[in-house]
Design a protein around this ligand. Structure first.
Ligand code: CA
Length: 253
């Protein structure tokens, strides 16, 4: 898309969401959407960069999953175009990484994996759309435009840690796609720690958040709660998910 500074120019679709704080103004003074292209094929990566740049996007690229996560941790992107078969870290792992961010881009998976199970798996892990290679560039553009117009709050937020996927709306926990049965308080503790990954919660804080000062709950109850949550997580291979910081409390790193 060619931008011009002419006052007669029609409104630019890129500016439809001017309340978001994107980043880099285009030469014409309008705002471009930031997109991260994650693709290990150099040829395709360069072609996408050229095509999306010409369509008005501000494009960053990553050639592997680790670099993708570093970009996603360092910058805010409105959109991400994500290959699944990537060196160093698989695209699904990048997808799970994205889910835990407060500001996450809308993700379009662009993959040669064309089975229904691949598409369903990626969408269940939080992808917003899925396009199979080989693809028509016009269709890719149309889908990106549609994603960019989608309201932020319409996207479901899942909390993900490795193979574990927690859906706060449904209050469901799955590990490798299999439901994990938890009591309401075990679930609440897991959701609390997942929502604040990397933060240590003391027993007193956990008591306050989960029990609201209920008389039947004590410090000892928190220890028992953590024990049983760990026990159930251990049965599905996630024994070390909830960590103890001696003298401080518990966290999911
Ligand atoms: Ca690939």
């Amino acid at each position: 898309m060619q931008h011009t500074a002419s006052p007669e120019a029609p409104p630019c679709w890129l500016c439809f969401d001017s309340t978001r704080p994107p980043a880099r103004p285009r030469p014409c003074g309008r705002i471009a959407l930031n997109i991260l292209v994650v693709e290990d094929s150099e040829r395709l990566r360069e072609a996408l960069t050229r095509g999306l740049g010409a369509a008005g996007f501000t494009v960053d690229t990553a050639a592997d999953g680790v670099a993708a996560c570093q970009h996603l941790d360092s910058y805010d992107y409105e959109l991400a175009l994500l290959d699944l078969g990537l060196p160093r870290k698989d695209g699904l792992a990048v997808l799970r990484h994205v889910q835990n961010r407060a500001q996450r881009p809308r993700v379009l998976v662009l993959s040669a994996r064309d089975q229904v199970a691949d598409r369903v798996g990626a969408l269940n892990q939080g992808a917003d759309d899925y396009l199979v290679k080989p693809f028509a560039f016009d269709e890719l553009l149309a889908r990106l435009h549609a994603l960019a117009r989608r309201p932020q709050e319409a996207r479901p937020l899942h909390l993900v840690a490795g193979a574990l996927n927690l859906d706060p709306r449904a209050r469901l926990v799955e590990v490798d796609g299999q439901p994990l049965s938890l009591t309401p308080r075990e679930y609440a503790l897991l959701e609390l720690l997942l929502r604040h990954r990397g933060r240590v919660f003391s027993r007193a804080e956990i008591l306050d958040r989960l029990a609201g000062g209920a008389a039947d709950v004590s410090d000892r109850s928190v220890e028992v709660l953590v024990f049983w949550l760990r026990h159930k997580l251990g049965q599905v291979g996630l024994k070390t998910l909830v960590e103890t910081r001696r003298g401080a409390g518990y966290l999911i790193a």
